[in-house]
Write a protein that binds this ligand. Structure first.
Ligand code: PGA
Length: 250
């Protein structure tokens, strides 16, 4: 079965000093070993995370990556650089990258292939805006994103790929989608994978919900059949809160 996956997405928060303090505070707390936990940290914190998380059972990930192996791409980070330091996950296509940095489905698709080629696990984010939700167009939007983002993948890739459903109106707003709404879309995503890549791909792909997940709502969300994990921004920034998310009641 699919291992539950709780991932912190720190965004542009916590420098190396704060990262070290966070990990020191996390270490004495017992974490549920049946839950996979990871921290997606700013690029400048990756080596600190690599060093200090060793032996804790918590892995780390990046928040973005370029689709080429190397070259003249000022400011970018490559998949080989990430794997060299033991990075496990990479968040791809987060709505903030799509909106503020002009990432297109075509670019995101290239990044997904690049991550898989280098044995990084992509956490591919999809989700609708408030206007799209109010117009009842959420499934249409997500279908369109998946149509573009998953071009050329094979069924076996879904053993490694994670998809995060993140309704944009619920990110950082304190407005969580109801567990029922989150389940509805995560179920839709699993159905989409089944239709396009087959039953075993749908069975193995881990699907997360993200958007104002907190220690007090994580259990209800994680209780839904098609939700295998949570991608958490604000509530992952403090060690005690992150630990509570990982130790959600089952
Ligand atoms: P949030 O962010 O938990 O602060 O809403 C989630 C995300 O953007 O991944």
């Amino acid at each position: 079965m699919r291992t539950p996956l709780i991932v912190g997405n720190w965004k542009m928060n916590n420098g190396p000093k704060a990262t070290a303090e966070f990990i020191e505070a996390l270490k004495p707390i017992a974490l549920d070993s049946a839950v996979e936990a990871s921290l997606c940290v700013p690029a400048v914190d990756l080596t600190t995370a690599a060093r200090l998380l060793e032996g804790t059972g918590v892995s780390f990930g990046a928040q973005n990556m370029h689709f080429e192996d190397g070259g003249a791409y000022t400011g970018e980070i490559s998949a080989p650089m990430l794997t060299e330091i033991g990075t496990r996950f990479v968040v791809l296509g987060h709505s903030e990258r799509r909106e503020y940095f002009g990432e297109t489905d075509e670019m995101i698709n290239r990044k997904v292939h690049q991550a898989l080629k280098h044995e990084l696990r992509p956490i591919l984010c999809v989700g609708e805006t408030l206007e799209e939700r109010e117009a009842g167009a959420q499934e249409e939007k997500i279908r369109r994103q998946l149509d573009g983002d998953l071009v050329g993948l094979t069924a076996a890739d879904f053993d490694h790929l994670v998809i995060a459903y993140e309704p944009i109106w619920a990110i950082g707003t304190g407005k969580t989608a109801s567990a029922e709404d989150a389940q509805e879309i995560c179920g839709f995503i699993r159905g989409y994978i089944r239709e396009r890549f087959g039953a075993s791909a749908a069975q193995s792909c881990r699907i997360q919900y993200g958007g104002s997940v907190k220690p007090d709502n994580v259990s209800e969300i994680m209780g839904k059949p098609d939700i295998d994990g949570a991608l958490v921004g604000g509530a992952s920034l403090v060690a005690e809160s992150f630990a509570q998310l990982v130790n959600f009641k089952r």
